[in-house]
Ligand binder design. Structure first.
Ligand SMILES: Cc1cc2nc3c(=O)[nH]c(=O)nc-3n(C[C@H](O)[C@H](O)[C@H](O)COP(=O)(O)OP(=O)(O)OC[C@H]3O[C@@H](n4cnc5c(N)ncnc54)[C@H](O)[C@@H]3O)c2cc1C
Length: 108
């Protein structure tokens, strides 16, 4: 394992060929993995006054209900754990059930 700082990646035609470290040392590579930092890109919930968690995701109950009456959230916007399609889809179904049940209970 190498822990020196990378100075730059070198390649041609968009294909990686080598990694060049700050000390000038080079190693040949044709690929690699990077980790990305996730942050909440959408401030819509905050603008509605929704309470946010430490990841700036909208805090919801198990059926997607927020602290603002009539506002439900699901998916990455209520991010609190791994950002995955299947989790977003599942939360979407829960929120739909939450909206449905609230409308059903509403007195007209
Ligand atoms: C680089 C990357 C790689 C990923 N790889 C994987 C993977 O391999 N497997 C996996 O399961 N998940 C992966 N994910 C995560 C997955 O993409 C998300 O968890 C999922 O798309 C969340 O779905 P969503 O519907 O909550 O949000 P989104 O898919 O982000 O949909 C939100 C939509 O709302 C729209 N929108 C935003 N603001 C407004 C507004 N004010 N008015 C109207 N529309 C608006 C956006 O344009 C967007 O179309 C990856 C995510 C990224 C960024």
């Amino acid at each position: 394992m190498r822990e020196e700082k990378i100075a730059r990646l070198h390649g041609t035609d968009g294909k990686l060929e080598k990694i060049i470290f700050e000390d000038g040392h080079e190693i040949s590579r044709t690929g690699g993995f990077v980790t990305t930092e996730l942050y909440q890109g959408n401030q819509f919930g905050a603008s509605l006054g929704c309470a946010l968690n430490e990841n700036d995701g909208i805090i919801v109950d198990t059926l997607g209900k927020t602290n603002i009456n009539g506002v439900f959230a699901a998916g990455d916007t209520s991010f609190s754990g791994p950002s995955q399609l299947i989790i977003a889809a599942s939360e979407g179904v829960r929120a739909a059930a939450g909206v449905n049940s609230e409308l059903t209970m509403e007195e007209f």
